[in-house]
Design a protein around this ligand. Structure first.
Ligand SMILES: Cc1cc2nc3c(=O)[nH]c(=O)nc-3n(C[C@H](O)[C@H](O)[C@H](O)COP(=O)(O)O)c2cc1C
Ligand SMILES: [Mn+2]
Length: 472
């Protein structure tokens, strides 16, 4: 059975000892961001819990962070599966999407706030990069909008700046699907209705942060991931339906043609992203469950919940493409979170021919051009999850003048601040091309034997590890 709502999922996390409740009082405008930063810096992924801040000064609403991306293990619990099956589950969901069902009402309607009661400042929306962000930001919104002509549903996550009790700024890049809906409406001088869903069951958040074709309806893929249709209820003030069990739903409209300054916002690159003139969402109504839980994604400098989500979403899909669609001798593929799961791509291969490196790199480039400004290819015996081994291979398998290639004029890594100065808008053409470094760190001739104890000796030591008294 799929999780019915966020609360069932939180119970599952707690049963697996993956939830940590912070019961001490915290302040939303500096402390939550700093605690999250330390948790992601200090705790290795396998020990890193999802955090529920239960007592936030001035609010009686708790905040949940990390529930999709505290670690790949947590992401797998959200799918009720194992880490190695994540990619297969995604393939399955896209091959067999399930249409949502309409229900007459649901928990998200337990409280309906209209007029002055529909006030964003009721919720503990944190400031994430203190001293740089212009104010609090919603970081985990699932923004629901509809194609103006077909009515097809879209769900996408785009940062939302709280600008007043009933106004939010929205930054969605030009090609994003909500932007396409809005541009079509604006051409007709019509507003764009949007519902901002917070704290749905995790299968909605998963599709909200994932890119599909414009025609794909995220609710249906979410149904495919859950193995059951998503139950939807109608909004109160706009012609949009939302997941019935969501914690909070903010209904609103984007007025046509209107822009005002938005940002800058601390981005996944670890730097402030440029500010610009952006549309706004005017809030028309807010509905929420009794005792709602406010949900946020933790992003900014990697590692973060954002870099984990991106890593999980991308690694397996590129790996499977190279292995299965192209039949290349690829063993493993890793997008280190230190690179925002974007800047660096590590690939290990079982090289049979010298041309294998080029074939693998060109396959990766065609499939995922925007990732891997640095692509490093190593032999299969190098564990690419272990940075020490990768740097060892770079140090002793590479002759720079022969083994490093620079490819000019390829797609840039999104929001990479080395592209252009901070005052250049993200949409500027100069930000759209970049170059790449390909490092062939495979062995190109017969190397001497490795200076390591024989595998058999290491295994024997492992088997009698207690004998040495090192584990206390
Ligand atoms: C934590 C997080 C934050 C994101 N913030 C933004 C954002 O502010 N603006 C944006 O255009 N995309 C953002 N994205 C990427 C979009 O969510 C992603 O491209 C998604 O596919 C958009 O939905 P769409 O393809 O239906 O437009 C973010 C992704 C994550 C994981
Ligand atoms: Mn979409």
């Amino acid at each position: 059975m799929a999780y019915r709502d966020l609360r069932e999922y939180i119970k599952a996390l707690e049963e697996r000892d993956k939830l940590h409740r912070i019961t001490a009082e915290v302040e939303k405008d500096w402390e939550i961001a700093a605690v999250c930063r330390r948790v992601f810096q200090k705790l290795a992924p396998e020990r890193r819990p999802v955090l529920l801040f239960e007592r936030i000064r001035g609010f009686n609403i708790p905040l949940l962070v990390g529930s999709l991306g505290a670690s790949p293990e947590v992401y797998a619990i959200a799918l009720q599966d194992r880490v190695e099956n994540i990619h297969e589950r995604w393939e399955q969901a896209q091959r067999h999407p399930i249409k949502p069902v309409r229900v007459s009402t649901g928990p998200c309607k337990e409280n309906i706030l209209r007029g002055n009661d529909a006030d964003l400042t009721r919720f503990p929306v944190p400031i994430w990069t203190v001293g740089e962000d212009p104010g609090p930001y919603l970081t985990a919104p699932c923004v629901v909008s509809r194609e103006p002509d077909t009515g097809a549903y879209n769900v996408g996550t785009y940062r939302l700046q709280v600008k007043g009790p009933k106004k939010m700024g929205i930054w969605a890049a030009d090609g994003q699907h909500v932007s396409r809906h809005r541009l079509k409406n604006e051409a007709r001088n019509q507003s764009t209705p949007v519902a901002v869903v917070l704290g749905p069951d995790p299968a909605i958040e998963m599709v909200s942060v994932t890119k599909f074709s414009f025609e794909t309806e995220e609710y249906d893929v979410s149904g495919g991931l859950r193995g059951e249709p998503v139950p939807l209820v109608a909004c109160e003030t706009i012609p949009i339906e939302v997941p019935a069990t969501a914690e909070i739903v903010i209904e609103g409209e984007i007025p046509p043609g209107y822009r005002e300054p938005e940002g800058p916002f601390g981005e996944y690159t670890g730097y402030m992203g440029a500010a610009g003139n952006m549309p706004v969402i005017e809030v028309t109504c807010i509905t929420h469950r009794h005792n709602p839980i406010y949900r946020a994604f933790f992003s900014q400098m990697p590692p973060s919940e954002s870099s984990c989500i991106k890593r999980v979403g991308r690694e397996q899909s590129i790996l499977k493409h190279l292995q299965h669609d192209l039949g290349l001798p690829v063993r493993d593929l890793h997008l280190p979170e230190s690179s925002g799961a974007a800047g660096t791509m590590l690939i290990s291969i079982k090289k049979a021919n010298p041309s294998d490196v080029k074939r693998v790199v060109s396959g990766a480039l065609r499939y995922a051009e925007g990732f891997g400004k640095f692509i490093i290819v190593v032999d299969e015996d190098v564990d690419i999850q272990d940075h020490c081994q990768v740097e060892w291979a770079m140090s002793f398998h590479v002759q720079p003048a022969k083994d490093i290639e620079i490819i000019p004029d390829v797609q840039a890594v999104a929001l990479d601040p080395s592209q252009a100065p901070a005052d250049v808008p993200q949409e500027d053409e100069s930000r759209k091309t970049s170059s790449k470094v390909i490092i062939d760190a495979t062995r190109k001739h017969r190397f001497p034997a490795r200076a390591l104890p024989p595998e058999e000796h290491l295994r024997r030591v492992d088997n009698q590890w207690a004998k040495y008294g090192l584990e206390r």
